[in-house]
Design a protein around this ligand. Structure first.
Ligand SMILES: Nc1nc2c(ncn2[C@@H]2O[C@H](COP(=O)(O)OP(=O)(O)OP(=O)(O)O)[C@@H](O)[C@H]2O)c(=O)[nH]1
Length: 194
């Protein structure tokens, strides 16, 4: 059975809805330390490295297991963003995003016994409308702390959709994992019926 190295409800829901049997085992890694070590690497490379590290960390504890790791990050006007640590930071993220373009990079990797069998990254582009300060407060009154676990401070399937003028890219990438590519890789490895 596939192991999903993730505590992300969104990633677990995607796999469950797709009918992929899996067990979720969170990866215990220091994402921020890993990210810091990657410096100014391009966002897709950072997301891919984090996805591989999460999968490898869980694969090391489950010899022979096929482990899927995933990571998402946001780039906006030259700054990289991870999940907000508190409501004030969430408000600061939204203030920076207002009126700007968000790049949402989601990556995934499959690892078995220390070998990265496959990895890929995808990108979605989201145009954030100019957000009134009254809107941000009311939005966070509803969405905090639910969005504490969401890079970009939004759940697109919820009120997060109110942040955007346009969205270009794969829906699953926005939710946090390039699911279509993951399914193709699982079929290629014989882990899903072709
Ligand atoms: N529900 C929802 N979650 C989102 C959305 N956009 C991003 N996310 C989540 O934001 C989180 C990005 O943070 P990561 O550090 O990649 O992952 P995580 O939540 O720490 O979970 P791990 O996989 O255990 O690392 C993921 O859980 C994504 O699923 C969205 O529109 N809706």
């Amino acid at each position: 059975m596939l192991i999903l190295a993730s505590q992300s409800a969104s990633r677990q829901a995607m796999l469950a809805a797709a009918g992929v049997p899996f067990t979720a085992i969170p990866a215990r890694i220091d994402e921020r330390a890993l990210e810091a070590g990657l410096g100014d690497a391009p966002a897709p490379a950072i997301a891919t490295a984090l996805a591989e590290a999460k999968a490898a960390a869980v694969a090391a504890l489950h010899p022979g297991g096929l482990v899927l790791g995933s990571d998402s990050l946001v780039v906006c006007a030259g700054r990289r963003f991870d999940k907000p640590r508190d409501r004030a930071e969430a408000a600061a993220h939204l203030a920076w995003f207002s009126g700007r373009q968000l790049e949402l990079h989601s990556a995934a990797a499959l690892v078995r016994d220390g070998t990265v069998l496959w990895s890929a990254a995808s990108r979605a582009d989201l145009a954030v409308r100019s957000l009134g300060s009254g809107f941000v407060d009311a939005y966070l009154d509803h969405e905090w702390p639910a969005v504490a676990g969401c890079v970009g401070v939004f759940r697109i399937e919820g009120r997060g959709v109110q942040l955007f003028e346009t969205i270009a890219g794969d829906h699953f990438t926005v939710l946090g994992m390039p699911l279509l590519a993951v399914l193709g890789a699982l079929r290629g490895l014989g882990a899903l019926p072709a």
